[in-house]
Design a protein around this ligand. Structure first.
Ligand SMILES: Cc1ncc(COP(=O)(O)O)c(C=O)c1O
Length: 311
């Protein structure tokens, strides 16, 4: 990963190499952390963080679901992120805030362990590659089911929960695919290891509902808005595995990956094997929204107020 100068840790800017925790940190042992993945893009108004408020809001909600009071306000974390981007002189970056139970208490009752907060920023290209965004990726339905509502909290973006995605991603990668698709506990389609998923058939988009155990993606919300503005019908409903194989187009969305077409699933070619017209159009508008090129979506941009220097 590409190192930068500073990381924000519990209210202080510390050198990248000094942003360390004790080996008995609670979150390291039991996964008691919640985090976000956010991106900032260069726009003609300056560096702008995409849907920053929504991401920090989800961070607070994830923390609350795990009984973790964050010792800062949303506005304090927002300002810290602006200052960190500027201090590292970044024009575009990935942003990773993490809230975790720190050192001081072991065992499974975590409420006496301190809650620590760090924010890291660094340059990070498209998670599934620029080529993946252009021509589409090959995906595999994982043998691992997505965590269900009765054992964990799919709505929370919690560190320990990601062991589920890690297993699916390893399985898909070792089998020669770029991404894993997880089914829910009923066997319906849920999402990718780090992305929401959509199938297009006869010009209409279908995407799995909250009850399937998806993460309520912020890119997904944006894509719903964009589809509506383009007059493309989008419905949330259970999706059978074979509907992916039979779709005209399939695509995935997430902050790290952005909007990625899927060209093959379990060795079935999706549609023509090339990104289709609905995917292309939504991808184009989504990219414009991310980069501040579409005036309809400028409210989604949180322009970094502290001026950042040229890289
Ligand atoms: C499991 C999972 N689903 C979906 C998403 C997409 O969410 P978002 O669009 O908010 O990045 C992510 C990425 O954070 C994820 O990790």
């Amino acid at each position: 990963m590409q190192q930068v100068d500073l990381i924000w840790h519990n209210g202080e800017m510390v050198a990248w190499e000094d942003a360390k925790v004790h080996v008995l940190t609670h979150g390291l042992h039991y996964g008691t952390g919640v985090f976000e993945g956010i991106r900032a893009y260069e726009t003609d108004k300056g560096t702008a963080i995409f849907r920053h408020h929504d991401h920090i809001d989800r961070l607070f909600k994830s923390a609350e679901l795990y009984y973790m009071p964050i010792p800062y306000t949303l506005e304090e974390l927002r300002t810290a992120t602006h200052e960190l981007i500027a201090a590292n002189e970044l024009r575009e970056c990935y942003i990773r805030p993490i809230v975790f139970r720190g050192y001081g208490q072991m065992g499974l009752y975590p409420l006496d362990a301190p809650v620590e907060v760090s924010i890291a920023v660094w340059p990070w290209g498209a998670y599934l590659g620029e080529e993946g965004k252009r021509v589409g990726v090959r995906a595999k339905v994982a043998s691992w089911r997505r965590i269900s509502h009765d054992s964990l909290i799919p709505h929370a973006k919690a560190s320990g929960q990601y062991l589920n995605s890690v297993l699916a991603k390893i399985e898909a990668t070792k089998s020669g695919y770029q991404e894993a698709i997880l089914l829910d506990h009923h066997g319906f389609v849920c999402e990718g290891s780090g992305e929401n998923i959509y199938a297009v058939r006869d010009g209409k988009i279908v995407t799995p509902p909250h009850t399937a155990g998806i993460l309520d993606g912020i890119s997904r919300k944006s894509i719903m808005q964009i589809a509506s503005d383009l007059g493309v019908e989008m419905v949330e409903r259970d999706l059978a595995r074979a509907e992916l194989y039979l779709a005209d187009e399939v695509f995935m969305s997430g902050t790290a990956a952005e909007l990625v077409p899927v060209r093959e699933i379990d060795d079935h070619t999706v549609g023509t094997g090339e990104p289709g017209p609905v995917t292309r159009e939504i991808q184009r508008v989504f990219e414009d929204a991310l980069h501040g090129r579409d005036p309809r979506y400028t409210d989604w941009l949180d322009v970094v107020k502290v001026p950042s220097k040229a890289v």
